[in-house]
Design a protein around this ligand. Structure first.
Ligand SMILES: [Mn+2]
Length: 402
């Protein structure tokens, strides 16, 4: 076989809590999102049924737990079983690791506890060993899949890919694993999930590596520029840090060329917007500039607004209610905003003030002393806040809760 088409999907996290964390969807929206999350898998399965790729690779974290709710398990099995005629390879990820009690173990109490419930179909192969193993794709001569199941975190210093080599001989050898590329250009995540470098991946010598774990789709290029593999990204955005989520990946391998095509399958996007309140004289001027920053965002989307900077004392700014009417869901974080007072928390503070000090000077002096004498970070933040609220009261005669 010269040409291979792969449908790559990972990190759906079925069963994840949508009502908690910073996202904190209210019950009705959480239910809606839950059905949209399932719809992402259904849409993928439909696409695969229609386009009949050579192979489907599910690169881990299909569920948010190795022991998902029976309802989610039955749904996933039914949906993946509907992809008849295309071989499907599944690996457990760090959120749904393989263990004897996991849903990936046919002998587990969970798997057995569903009388009449669907069983993983005959076109599906689940890798359960934490060591890399190679299978031939029986329906497609010459194509192999080498994969490992996530079972536990990689011990410090271990390099799971360093010793790995593609099978000898002719054929198209695919690699499937759940791992953290160490140089991935995103904020650092924990690296105990099968950490690897592009050099290690290139040396392993596979035609293509389908990798799961990171939720932002991205190609993985070797030092020489060859596409070694890719992250499909998470098909569904379930937290505020998932601005890049909502995709799965179609891969086409032909001699000398690898083509990657990401498909969107979440109709909502998460937008993380930072807005600096510094220097705005009043609320309408802030609202007008914020409008500019959010214009063009879809009404169906989720907006995570972080307010930053120094707000003009006495000016209130709470765009939450206006945004909530406009978007599917809005989260406003104003914890980084402080009023624009000139306070030097590191200044040298005299032991006492003379009798001519004003009440504001006395207040500032006392609070900065308290701040400097305190070595607890949380308490220092409280003192800082108290100083600002006090200055609000002294200078403007009113206090706006921030
Ligand atoms: Mn993961």
């Amino acid at each position: 076989m010269e040409r291979v088409r792969i449908a790559q999907f990972s990190d759906l996290h079925l069963g994840v809590n949508l009502s908690g964390g910073k996202l904190a969807l209210p019950p009705q929206k959480a239910r809606k999102r839950r059905s949209e999350q399932r719809a992402a898998l259904s849409a993928f399965a439909n696409h695969v049924r229609e386009t009949k790729p050579t192979v489907v690779l599910l690169a881990g974290d299909l569920f948010d737990s190795g022991e998902p709710e029976i309802d989610d398990l039955n749904f996933a099995i039914r949906t993946i079983n509907s992809i008849e005629g295309v071989p499907v390879f599944i690996i457990p990820g760090n959120h749904d690791p393989y263990s004897p009690s996991s849903c990936y173990e046919a002998a587990s109490a969970l798997y057995q506890s569903r009388p009449g419930g669907p069983k993983w179909g005959r076109n599906i192969h689940i890798f359960t060993s934490e060591h890399f193993q190679t299978l031939e794709v029986s329906s497609v001569p010459g194509v192999t899949v080498t994969a490992s199941a996530f079972q536990r975190h990689t011990p410090p210093g271990a390099r799971p890919l360093a010793e790995l080599r593609a099978p000898e001989g002719e054929g198209i050898h695919l690699l499937l694993f759940h791992g953290a590329l160490e140089t991935f250009p995103l904020p650092a995540e924990e690296k105990g999930v099968c950490p690897f470098t592009v050099e290690e991946l290139e040396a392993a010598g596979f035609a293509y590596a389908a990798v799961g774990h990171y939720h932002h789709g991205a190609e993985i290029k070797g030092p020489g520029g060859r596409v070694l593999g890719a992250y499909a990204g998470a098909p569904f955005a379930f937290s505020l840090s998932e601005a890049g989520a909502g995709t799965w990946l179609e891969v086409e391998l032909s001699p000398g060329e690898t083509t990657l095509r990401w498909h969107r399958c979440d109709n909502r996007r998460v937008h993380s917007i930072e807005f600096d309140v510094t220097g705005h004289p009043d609320t309408p001027s802030m609202m007008a500039d914020l409008e500019e920053a959010i214009k063009g965002l879809g009404n169906d989307d989720i907006v995570h607004l972080t307010l930053l900077g120094k707000i003009t004392p006495g000016v209130a700014f709470d765009p939450g209610p206006a945004l909530a009417e406009r978007f599917f869901h809005t989260v406003v974080d104003a914890s980084g905003v402080e009023p624009d007072y000139d306070v030097d928390f590191e200044a040298d503070v005299p032991d006492e003030l003379d009798a001519t000090a004003t009440s504001e000077e006395l207040f500032r002096w006392k609070m900065i002393k308290l701040y400097q004498d305190c070595d607890d970070e949380a308490r220092r933040a409280l003192i800082r806040e108290a100083l600002f609220y006090g200055l609000d009261a002294l200078k403007t005669g009113k206090v706006h809760l921030r």
